[in-house]
Design a protein around this ligand. Structure first.
Ligand code: ADP
Ligand code: ADP
Length: 214
């Protein structure tokens, strides 16, 4: 199955993509995770992307496109869930064309619907594991007791001011893609408010319903 999980920062894209990977064997492709790893390792890509990621701006399309292209090819053009890609009209149009060329159209774009006040609460309490990148939430999904608390850190772009910028960038650049996918009849909306399991069950239900006949 070929999926995009779509929604604002903090909607739960990474959390749900991870569960799809664990339980359904669909590989999570997170451009945010790939970029954070590149920043951490100070690769040439990381150096180019750093100032954008840290200020909550979008990394230029051509840099991220290469990451998406490589990751999708690595999966043999199937059984992936894109998390955080596409984020601009140009990225979405490129993706449509690229997948068409490989006769691998998207099965669905799952849009997680979450109101702003919930997003802000989720992002302010989000923490990640400094080494594995695993995502936690201090209240709803706390790190297990055997994880060294010193390795549980806040993403620098989860500071309140950067969060405000990311939400504004989302509204401006990314949210309009919902209508792009609606026009392609690919968009399925899922209520993203509720606990992690409830949201996962809703995604499973809509995916079951949107599976294309072989
Ligand atoms: P979130 O989980 O909060 O939605 P991500 O981890 O997906 O955030 O992305 C973190 C940052 O990485 C973004 O704010 C942006 O700077 C960069 N980034 C990730 N994906 C893309 C993309 N498709 N296009 C441009 N920039 C991206
Ligand atoms: P995104 O990738 O869309 O930015 P994440 O998956 O990182 O979102 O989730 C943002 C924060 O909210 C994380 O701290 C995560 O643990 C938490 N979270 C995710 N889904 C839920 C949920 N359904 N209820 C409560 N908290 C959640």
């Amino acid at each position: 199955m070929r999926l995009v999980i779509f929604g604002p920062p903090g909607a739960g894209k990474g959390t749900q993509a991870r569960l799809l990977e664990e339980r359904r064997g669909i590989t999570q492709i997170s451009t945010g995770d790939i970029l954070r790893a590149a920043l951490e390792e100070e690769t040439p890509l990381g150096q180019k992307a750093k100032s954008y990621v840290e200020s909550g701006e979008l990394v230029p399309d051509e840099l991220v496109r290469k990451l998406a292209e490589q990751a999708i090819a690595d999966e043999g053009y199937d059984d992936f869930v894109l998390d955080g890609y596409p984020r601009t009209q140009q990225q979405a149009e490129w993706l449509t064309k690229f997948l068409e060329e490989h006769e691998a159209p998207l099965d669905a774009v799952v849009s997680l619907e979450v109101p702003d006040e919930v997003l802000v609460r989720r992002l302010s309490r989000r923490r990640i594991h400094d080494e594995t990148g695993e995502t936690y939430h201090l209240d709803h999904n706390p790190p297990p007791d055997d994880v060294d608390p010193d390795l549980i850190v806040q993403r620098s772009d989860d500071e309140p001011e950067t969060v405000r910028n990311r939400l504004a960038v989302y509204r401006e650049e990314t949210e309009p893609l919902a209508s792009y996918y609606e026009r392609q009849d690919a968009l399925v909306s899922v209520d993203g408010v509720g606990n992690i399991e409830e949201v996962f069950q809703r995604i499973e239900r809509v995916l079951g319903a949107s599976e294309r006949p072989a």
